[in-house]
Design a protein around this ligand. Structure first.
Ligand SMILES: NC(=O)c1ccc[n+]([C@@H]2O[C@H](COP(=O)([O-])OP(=O)(O)OC[C@H]3O[C@@H](n4cnc5c(N)ncnc54)[C@H](OP(=O)(O)O)[C@@H]3O)[C@@H](O)[C@H]2O)c1
Length: 220
């Protein structure tokens, strides 16, 4: 298959590129700056300068690559900045909205002509974006931005269904990465395996749904 991973230079994105390349897929790894680990994997292509907050830069980065018929597009890029009620900070809230909620939509819009007619799109969200599942409060910007992503992902699923393109909102688990200070319940290997399993399992009939990496449906 032809697969694009956006946010591929570390964490869950890097591991997705590793596993999918190992499994023989043609992987297009989008990132801002490639690291040695990503280069070492030798995916089909590494597309740098892809900052999901800068539409002009995204377009310029993509221009040299005539990508067609992508089977999967997985948007992984995300940003977590702590924000409690006490240190509520508009600037960091907006920053997280720009990366977490607007970035994925700009990515899908730009890569739409590159998708196969029956492509699957996954947006890595978080169960912290679930309003129904919020039992601990706090994390204002992150929660708000991921809820907004969930809302936008639902709209995308409606807008793209008639083209045969499915859109899923996926929670990767609590994963030991830089984002979590390497705290978590699972490692990137397990998370990426679960995400790939979900991508294989889910079909157009499931478009617009929200899943935990362990296979459980999540409430909005
Ligand atoms: N880890 C968890 O427990 C957990 C839980 C729930 C959801 N998630 C979600 O899963 C995704 C991956 O998280 P992770 O744990 O792998 O995080 P990570 O290790 O911090 O990686 C974040 C990735 O996002 C990229 N990124 C950030 N800002 C960007 C921008 N403006 N343009 C393009 N790329 C940008 C980073 O690239 P740079 O190196 O260029 O900054 C990096 O590749 C995120 O969407 C996150 O919200 C993670």
């Amino acid at each position: 298959m032809k697969i694009a991973i956006v946010g591929s230079n570390r964490g869950i994105g890097l591991e997705l590129v590793r596993q999918l390349t190992r499994d023989g897929h043609q992987v297009y790894a989008f990132c801002r700056i490639a690291c040695d680990a990503l280069r070492g994997i030798q995916p089909h292509a590494i597309i740098e300068n892809f900052d999901v907050t800068r539409p002009d830069a995204m377009q310029a980065a993509l221009a040299p690559y005539p990508i067609t018929d992508l089977d999967w597009l997985i948007h992984v890029s995300g940003l977590l900045k702590s924000a409690s009620l006490e240190n509520f900070n508009t600037e960091t809230i907006l920053e997280q909205f720009t990366v977490n909620a607007i970035g994925p939509i700009l990515t899908v819009k730009l890569l739409l002509p590159c998708l196969a007619p029956s492509a699957k799109v996954a947006l890595l969200t978080s169960r912290m974006g679930s309003i129904a599942d919020n039992t601990s409060g706090g994390s204002y910007g992150y929660r708000m931005s991921k809820s907004a992503l969930n809302s936008a992902g639902k709209s995308l699923s409606r807008d793209l269904k008639h083209r045969g393109i499915a859109v899923f909102l996926l929670h990767p688990g609590f994963v030991k990465t830089q984002m979590t200070g390497y705290n978590g319940h699972i490692d990137v290997t397990t998370s990426a395996q679960g995400l790939i399993r979900l991508m294989h399992q889910k079909t157009l009939a499931d478009t617009g749904t929200f899943w935990h990496v362990n296979g459980d449906p999540l409430p909005w």
